[in-house]
Design a protein. Sequence first.
Length: 270
Amino acid sequence: MSEPWAGGSFGERARCLLAPNPGLMTLDGTNSWVLTEPGASRSVVVDPGPIEDGHVDELDEQTGDVALVLLTHHHYDHSEVAVDLATRKDCPVRALDPAYCFDGDPLADEEVIDVDGLRLRVVTTPGHTADSVSFVVPAEGALLSGDMVLGRGTTVVAHPDGQLGAYFESIERMRSLAASGEVATIWPAHGPVLDDALGTLEYYLVHRRQRLGQVESALARLGVAVPDPDDDHLPRRVVEIVYQDVDESLWGAAEWSVRAQLAYLAERPV
């Protein structure tokens, strides 16, 4: 049984304020990250989260002066109160998707954000969703991974917005940051901090490739040479074979990932 996760302070620059929205998809809840340079008065809030049980009020009380709200992606459990918090703090919201920005420009790959000496580098990491981004905190050797990497288990590739090909490329890109020594720790959007960034990312690649192999084996059992993306029944049939050892309450989420895997296999050159 894993230890409960409740957030806390990490390094010299980060606090995690846990949102009260635990669930199958959100684990202990959404991690709202508050980043502040030592000695500075203004903070950056990453993923202010959902509306549940006054979380925005807690953020408002705990954060003081906020210069910027950032989103790792558009899912409501990360973005729902972003505009509310930004309005209270009189600051912009920035995301990769312009539709989720508020009084701020869309994020750009490799952009460096500087707030009173706090430096963050934007790394576009599509896969979980098309608009997923991560943030490197160089002074901490940390990577805010959004939902691309979770503190427990592995993430869902939320097909059709999420794409498996993009996911593989993004995890490889994140792995290269860890292999180079630039990133040692992952600060995820759900679940506990991961102190072995390289090992975690290598596991993610191995796990997803193993799952893809299992999906291919399931297709062979079902007599399907090339999956039809328009076959609405095939993903469930594959889930019933591949995810036999997984609680059926998670099969719905598994089906999203299987759909992404089938789309990937359908497009892959033979």
